[in-house]
Design a protein around this ligand. Structure first.
Ligand SMILES: [Zn+2]
Ligand SMILES: [Zn+2]
Length: 838
C-alpha cells in the first residue's frame, strides 16, 4: 500500500491527459455539448472565486463527456482593460507584457487545478488575430446603421484626460487621481442596442434555463413601459415653441395634473423662462444642476428640488392653465424629458407639490375599504376615476385606453412604448483596447478604414507617463493617415472600444479560434452554439449577458450565426466568503488558491469548494472543512489501495453479481446502496448541479463499504469471498466513477490501479440497475393543463421543485409549453405532476 501522495498523482495524471489529448473537442460533433465559464481578466493570479467558477464548469464538462457527449470546454482571456494600463503607468511595464506574463502564470495555475480544457482553442482578446474581427463587425454594423456617432454628456476627469464610468466616480471625484469630475459633452461611438430592445425583452420568456432573478434584472434594465405621449399646448405659444410633450404611463390620472415638470436639461427650459420674471432664477437652477455629476442626475435624487419656469401650459382636455416647472428628478434620457405632475397619485410629485405649495387633486378612488389618507401621501395604485369629466366612473385600465383614444382624436396624444435601455456608448479614451477603425477627414468627414487595411493594429512602441492619458493621440505615426476616400491628410480615431465588446462574442470564436479568413465559420459555429451551459458570477447579470445577447442577434443578422440566444442554460455561482465577507485584500481575508493546492492538492480544493454549498449559494471558507475534504480523500485512497487485490479480482468476476437474489442479504444491501447512489448522484448532477448532495451520497456509500470490510474481511479465494469482492468492486468502482468529475486526479490513479487501461473521462457514466434500486424511485405521470404528456422517474425523496426542474429538461414535455409560463403546479406525491401553463 502506498500513501496518498497527491503531488505525484496530480502531476502524473495531468501529464497523461495532455499526452492522450483527452479534452480536444472535434469540429464536427455528433452529440455536441458546449460548457463554458466566463473567461477571466488576466489580473495576475487566480482567486478562489475563479477556482469555484471553473471547478463547477469542469464537473459539468467531465460529467457530460462520460454521458457520451462531445464536449467543447474552452478557456481564454478577457485581456484588454484599464488595470494593465495602470500597471504600465505605475511600474513602467508595458501593458502587453504585463498582460501576457499574467496569462502565462494564470494558465499554469488553471492547469494545476486539473481543469479539462481544450487548450488548443485558447484565445486572448488583445491578440490582433482576435480583435481584427471585432473591427470588421464594427464596420459592418456602421454600414447597417447599428454603429453611429453622437454627442453625449459624460463624466470627465480633466487631469486623467478621460471619460470615467459611473462606477469610477467616487463622491464626485476621480477614483484614480481624486480630482473633481466634471461633465463634458463628448462625441463618441454608440451601438444601437435599442434596435433590439423588444426582441431582447420578449425573448427573456424563452430562457427557461436561466435563473428567474437574472431575467428579472434584464427585464428591468430594458424597462419597457407602455404609456402615452400627451401634448400640453402653451398658454402663450411663440413661433418657435407652441407646446410641451410629456410621457406618462398613467394617462388615467390626466385630470389630476396640477403642474408639468421638465428636466433642467430640456431644450425648452431656458426658452420658456426667457423674458419672464423667473428668468434669472431658472438660469441659476439649470447651472447648479449642470454641476452635479452625471451619475447623480441619472439616479433617484433624494431631495426633490425645482423652480417655476415662468410659463404656463393648457390642460389638453379642460383648458385650465398649468404651471410649468423644472425639476431635478426628471430625466432627460427617459421619455420626452417632461412629465405631468399628479401629486395625488405619484409620491414624488406629492412631495414636490408639498414643498412648492402646488394643488393636490384626487382623481382616482381606490377600492372601497382601502385605507388611504390623501393628506399623507399619494395613491399610486389603480382605482375608479372621479373628478375626471366624461371619464368619471371608469376603472383605471379602461380609462387609460379611453383617454388616449380621445386625445388621439384631438391630435393631442398617442399611445407610446418606451424603454429604459439606452444605446451602448463604446468609445474609451484609453490605450489598452481595440482601436476603432475609423478615420476623420477634414474634407470627407468620417471615413471607415477600408476592410483590406484591417486590422488597425494597436501600436506597442509607446511610453506611458504619469499623466494617465492614453498615449495614442500623441503617436503621430499612428494618428496621421491619408484619407481613404480623398487621399488628403486625415486623422485616425484614437479611442478604443469598451472591453465589453470583446466579451460579447468570444463564445462564438471558440468554435473556430484559428479561422483566418473570417471572424466566425458559420458551419462550425452552428455545430456548437448555443452554449449549453454557461457559468459565471451574478455581477454579470445585466451588462455582459445583455451585450452578448445583443451581439448574438447582430451576428445572426449579419449572417454569421444561426441562433438567437447565446446561452441556453445559465448558472450563476455564489461568492466565496471568509468570516462572512467577500475575500478582499483590504479586509485581509484572502485565501490564496496556490497555497491551498500546495498544501492539500487540487482534488481536495475542488472537493471542498463543491461540497461546501450548492453552486448558486455563497460559500463560507473553512479550514476545518478543507481538512475534512482531505481526510475523506485519504479514506477513499486507503479503501482502494488496502484492498487492491480483492477489488481487482472482484472487478474481473462481475458475473457473480447476478442474480441478486442469490446473494446473501448483506451483499444485496450493498448492491442496492451502490445503485441508489448512482441514481441519486446522477439526479443531482442532471437536475441542478447539486454537487454537495451528490458528494454526501458517495460518502454514505464509502461508509457502508468500509463498515462491511471492517466487520467481515473476506478471503478472496472461497466462493462467498469471491461474490463479496465482486459486490465490493462494483461499489468501489461506482465510487470512483461518481467522484471522478469532481476529484479527477485521484480517482483516475486508483482506476488505473484496479487494472483499467482507459481513462475515466472516456469511460461511460455508470448506469443504475433500476430493478435493484427500484425500491428507491417512483414514476410520476406528467400532465400539462390536465393532459398526459409523459412520465418521469425520480428518486422517491425528490421534492416538487426537483421534479418540475427535471420535467423542464424533457424536450417532449417542453414542446407542449413552448412560449408559455407555468402559473401553477399540482403535485400528487409519488403519482402525478400537473403543470398549469398560460
Ligand atoms: Zn483622474
Ligand atoms: Zn477625405
Amino acid at each position: 500500500m502506498s500513501a496518498y501522495d497527491f503531488r505525484a498523482v496530480e502531476e502524473r495524471q495531468q501529464a497523461r491527459w495532455e499526452e492522450e489529448n483527452l479534452f480536444i473537442a472535434p469540429d464536427d460533433p455528433s452529440r455536441p455539448c458546449y460548457v463554458l465559464e466566463m473567461f477571466p481578466y488576466p489580473s495576475g493570479r487566480i482567486h478562489m472565486g475563479h477556482v469555484r467558477n471553473y471547478s463547477i464548469g469542469d464537473v459539468i464538462a467531465r460529467y457530460k463527456r462520460m454521458r457520451g457527449f462531445d464536449v467543447l470546454h474552452p478557456m481564454g482571456w478577457d485581456a484588454f482593460g484599464l488595470p494593465a494600463e495602470n500597471a504600465a503607468i505605475k511600474h513602467g511595464i508595458h501593458p502587453a507584457r504585463w498582460t501576457y506574463e499574467n496569462i502565462a502564470y494564470m494558465r499554469k495555475q488553471l492547469k494545476r487545478l486539473g481543469l479539462s480544457y481544450d487548450w488548443r482553442r485558447e484565445i486572448a482578446t488583445c491578440d490582433p488575430a482576435y480583435y481584427r474581427w471585432e473591427q470588421l463587425f464594427f464596420l459592418e454594423m456602421y454600414e447597417k446603421g447599428l454603429a453611429y456617432r453622437k454627442t453625449s454628456p459624460v463624466n470627465w476627469c480633466e487631469s486623467c484626460g478621460t471619460v470615467l464610468a459611473n462606477e469610477q466616480v467616487l463622491d464626485g471625484r476621480c477614483w484614480r487621481c481624486d480630482s473633481p469630475v466634471v461633465e463634458k459633452e463628448l462625441e463618441g461611438w454608440f451601438l444601437r442596442i435599442t434596435a433590439y430592445a423588444e426582441e431582447l425583452l420578449s425573448a427573456c420568456d424563452t430562457l427557461r434555463g436561466w435563473p428567474e432573478k437574472v431575467l428579472t434584472m434584464q427585464r428591468n434594465w430594458i424597462g419597457k413601459s407602455v404609456g402615452a405621449r400627451i401634448t400640453f399646448p402653451l398658454a402663450a405659444p411663440t413661433a418657435s415653441l407652441s407646446a410641451i410633450d410629456v410621457f406618462t404611463t398613467r394617462p388615467d390620472t390626466l385630470f389630476g395634473v396640477t403642474f408639468l415638470s421638465l428636466s433642467p436639461g430640456h431644450p425648452a427650459a431656458l426658452v420658456l423662462a426667457s423674458g419672464t420674471s423667473q428668468e434669472s432664477a431658472v438660469r441659476a437652477f439649470v447651472e447648479q444642476w449642470g454641476k452635479a455629476p452625471v451619475m447623480e442626475r441619472q439616479t433617484d435624487v433624494k431631495e426633490k428640488l425645482g423652480v417655476f419656469s415662468g410659463a404656463f401650459a393648457r390642460h389638453p382636455l379642460t383648458g385650465e392653465e398649468i404651471p410649468i416647472h423644472l425639476a431635478n428628478f426628471v430625466l432627460m434620457e427617459y421619455g420626452t424629458g417632461a412629465v405631468m405632475g399628479v401629486p395625488a397619485h405619484d409620491q414624488r410629485d406629492f412631495e414636490y407639490a408639498r414643498r412648492y405649495s402646488l394643488p393636490i387633486r384626487t382623481v382616482i378612488q381606490p377600492k372601497a375599504g382601502t385605507s388611504w389618507d390623501p393628506n399623507e401621501g399619494a395613491w399610486e395604485g389603480p382605482g375608479r376615476l372621479v373628478s375626471s369629466g366624461m371619464f368619471n366612473g371608469m376603472e383605471s385600465d379602461a380609462a387609460k385606453e379611453a383617454i388616449v383614444a380621445h386625445l388621439s382624436g384631438l391630435g393631442l396624444g398617442e399611445k407610446t412604448v418606451s424603454y429604459r435601455l439606452r444605446d451602448w456608448g463604446i468609445s474609451r479614451q484609453r490605450y489598452w483596447g481595440t482601436p476603432i477603425p475609423m478615420i476623420h477627414c477634414q474634407r470627407c468627414g468620417i471615413v471607415p478604414v477600408p476592410r483590406k487595411d484591417l486590422p488597425v493594429v494597436l501600436p506597442t512602441d509607446c511610453v506611458f507617463d504619469s499623466s494617465g492619458r492614453s498615449p495614442l493621440p500623441s503617436l503621430q505615426d499612428f494618428v496621421n493617415v491619408p484619407c481613404p476616400s480623398c487621399g488628403g491628410p486625415a486623422r485616425r480615431d484614437t479611442d478604443t472600444m469598451d472591453t465589453f465588446v470583446e466579451s460579447s462574442w468570444y463564445f462564438a470564436r471558440y468554435t473556430c479560434p484559428n479561422e483566418g479568413n473570417a471572424p466566425i465559420d458559420p458551419k462550425r459555429a452552428a455545430a456548437w452554439l448555443p452554449v449549453d451551459q454557461y457559468i459565471g458570477g451574478i455581477e454579470h447579470a445585466i451588462l455582459h449577458l445583455l451585450y452578448s445577447r445583443f451581439f448574438t442577434r447582430v451576428l445572426r443578422d449579419l449572417g454569421y450565426l444561426q441562433v438567437d440566444e447565446p446561452f441556453t442554460n445559465l448558472l450563476t455561482q455564489g461568492m466565496v466568503l471568509k468570516d462572512g465577507a467577500k475575500m478582499s485584500k483590504s479586509k485581509g481575508n484572502v485565501v490564496d488558491p496556490d497555497a491551498m493546492i500546495q498544501r492539500y492538492g487540487a482534488d481536495t480544493v475542488r472537493l471542498f469548494i463543491l461540497f461546501a454549498a450548492p453552486p448558486e449559494k455563497d460559500l463560507e471558507w473553512s479550514d476545518q472543512a478543507v481538512e475534512g475534504a482531505h481526510r475523506f480523500l485519504q479514506r477513499v485512497w486507503r479503501l482502494v489501495t488496502e484492498n487492491l487485490e480483492g477489488l481487482s479480482s472482484g472487478s474481473r468476476n462481475k458475473e457473480l453479481l447476478d442474480p441478486i437474489d442469490a446473494l446473501p442479504a448483506e451483499l444485496r444491501a450493498i448492491r442496492r446502496k451502490t445503485h441508489t447512489t448512482i441514481l441519486r448522484v446522477t439526479d443531482d448532477l442532471e437536475a441542478r448541479f447539486h454537487f454537495n448532495t451528490a458528494i454526501s451520497a458517495v460518502m454514505e456509500l464509502v461508509n457502508e463499504v468500509s463498515a462491511f470490510l471492517s466487520q467481515a474481511p473476506k478471503n478472496a479465494q472461497d466462493a462467498d469471498g469471491r461474490a463479496a469482492w465482486a459486490v465490493l468492486a462494483e461499489a468501489v468502482e461506482g465510487i470512483l466513477l461518481l467522484l471522478s468529475p469532481m476529484v479527477p486526479h485521484m480517482t483516475e490513479e486508483l482506476w488505473a490501479m484496479l487494472g483499467h487501461k482507459v481513462s475515466l473521462s472516456q469511460t461511460p457514466w455508470p448506469q443504475a440497475d433500476r430493478q435493484i434500486a427500484q425500491a428507491e424511485t417512483v414514476r410520476i405521470a406528467v400532465q400539462v393543463n390536465g393532459r398526459l404528456r409523459g412520465e418521469i422517474e425520480v428518486p422517491r425523496e425528490a421534492t416538487e421543485d426537483d421534479i418540475v426542474y427535471r420535467v423542464m429538461q424533457e424536450p417532449k414535455i417542453r414542446l407542449h409549453m413552448e412560449g408559455k409560463r407555468i402559473v401553477k403546479t399540482i403535485h400528487v406525491p409519488g403519482r402525478l405532476l400537473n403543470l398549469v401553463v398560460k
